[in-house]
Write a protein that binds this ligand. Structure first.
Ligand SMILES: Cc1cc2nc3c(=O)[nH]c(=O)nc-3n(C[C@H](O)[C@H](O)[C@H](O)COP(=O)(O)O)c2cc1C
Length: 211
C-alpha cells in the first residue's frame, strides 16, 4: 500500500438546502449532540487558523471551551504567537473534523478577548497542575531545557502552597463571533455535501456548494 492508494469512501446523512435550518447555530447544536451521542473522540479539538498583518497564516490545535449564539471560545496565552496575530488582526477560522462521522465544520469571523471574569471562571475549573503550567509557560518562546520548566512549576507550587492559584495577566479566552460557517458531510464517491452560511447585513444566507 502506497500513500497514493490511501483513500476511504465516506457515507453519512445527506445535507442539503432543504434539510438544514435557515441559520447555522441550531445545525451546530444538532451535530454536536449527534457527535456526543456517538462518543466522538476529542469532540472539542479544533484547528485555529490566524494570520499576521503581513498575511502569513498559522494554524494549530486548540480546545473549544464554549459555544453559543454569542460565539465560540478557546483559551490561551495572550503573549503567544496566535494571540499576537489575533490582537493585530482579529479574524480567525476554526476547523473541526469528526472522522467517525465524516463531518467537517469551519467557523470564521471576528475575534475578541472574553471578559476577565470569564477567563477567571474557566481558569479555576482547570486542574491545579494546568493552572501552574499556564503561569510557568512562556508559550512558544525558546526553552533551554525541560528542567527549567519543571523547576518553575515546582517553585510556583511552593509559592501558592495552600492557596488558590491566581489567573495570570497573560492568559485567558478569545471568542470568535462567526460570520461564516461551512458544514461538510462526507458522501460516497467523493460527491460530498457542503452547506455554507454567511451573515450578510445581519441575516444568515445559506448556499449549497460543489464538493
Ligand atoms: C489537541 C490539542 C489541543 C490544544 N489545545 C490548546 C489550547 O486550548 N490552547 C493553547 O494555547 N494551546 C493548545 N494546544 C497547543 C497549540 O496547538 C500550540 O502548540 C500552542 O498553543 C502554541 O501556538 P502558537 O505558537 O501558534 O501560539 C493544543 C494542542 C493540541 C495538539
Amino acid at each position: 500500500m502506497t500513500i497514493s492508494d490511501l483513500r476511504r469512501d465516506f457515507s453519512g446523512d445527506t445535507l442539503s438546502a432543504s434539510n438544514t435550518p435557515s441559520e447555522p447555530i441550531s445545525l451546530f447544536a444538532k451535530w454536536w449532540s449527534e457527535a456526543t451521542a456517538k462518543n466522538v473522540k476529542d469532540i472539542n479539538n479544533c484547528a485555529l487558523a490566524t494570520s499576521s498583518l503581513t498575511g502569513m497564516p498559522s494554524v494549530r490545535m486548540v480546545l473549544l471551551k464554549g459555544w453559543s449564539d454569542l460565539g465560540f471560545e478557546f483559551y490561551t496565552n495572550y503573549e503567544s504567537p496566535k494571540a499576537r496575530d489575533l490582537l493585530e488582526n482579529p479574524k480567525a477560522e476554526l476547523l473541526i473534523w469528526w472522522a467517525d462521522l465524516a463531518r467537517q465544520i469551519r467557523i470564521s469571523g471576528t475575534v475578541a478577548k472574553v471578559t476577565k471574569k470569564q477567563s477567571e471562571a474557566y481558569f479555576h475549573t482547570r486542574p491545579r497542575e494546568s493552572q501552574l503550567g499556564a503561569i510557568a509557560s512562556r508559550q512558544s518562546q525558546i526553552l533551554d531545557s525541560k528542567e527549567t520548566l519543571i523547576k518553575k512549576v515546582e517553585t510556583l507550587n511552593e509559592t501558592y502552597k495552600n492557596q488558590e492559584v491566581p489567573l495570570p495577566e497573560n492568559w485567558g479566552g478569545f471568542i470568535i463571533n462567526p460570520s461564516k460557517f461551512e458544514y461538510w458531510q462526507g458522501q460516497p464517491s467523493r460527491l460530498h455535501d457542503r452547506i455554507i452560511y454567511e451573515k450578510l447585513a445581519l441575516e444568515w444566507k445559506k448556499f449549497q456548494v460543489f464538493p
